[in-house]
Write a protein that binds this ligand. Sequence first.
Ligand code: NI
Length: 190
Amino acid sequence: MSVKRVLQYGEKSLREPSKEVHKVSKKIQELVQDLLDTMYAKNGVGMAAPQIGVNYRVFVIDVSKNDEPLNPIVFINPKIIKKSGAIVAQEGCISFPEAYTDVKRYDYVMVKALDRHGRPFVMEAKDGCLLARAIQHENDHLDGILFIDHCVNRFETDDILAKHNLPPVDADKLISEPEIDKELENKKND
Ligand code: NI
């Protein structure tokens, strides 16, 4: 279809919750294609519908490396049905150009969703791999949650955002994750 403009941090739709898809219609198929086209144009690993200003529960991911064939995965109405473990890793987002910061994530997720044809599937991603982190990152977009809400250090993140002319962290959006903190603490003591 076409490459769309990607909303930047500070734009309202990024903080709005997205609606369930009731039918994988032609309109939704076109949205999926727009997401793929836009993600590849921006060299991203993932892209969620609210990032192109469409608040539907749809995102796409492609974690294939440069020398591998494209391998897009489409998630419609995704639900994370299991999660465990913890990992800290650096993340960025196409809506935050060039800004990267350390965030806390689960290192294992199981997700169920519909594919681009409306067929249900279940997928696991383990060991804090890129796919595991991307699923959490993109799924968050559907609830108006952004990666900086998971940041390890708010002040460091503010500095990084300022350097890239982006607004500071929304202090009231920071997510408390005692489960993950506990896991990280255990890891440290191992
Ligand atoms: Ni993102």
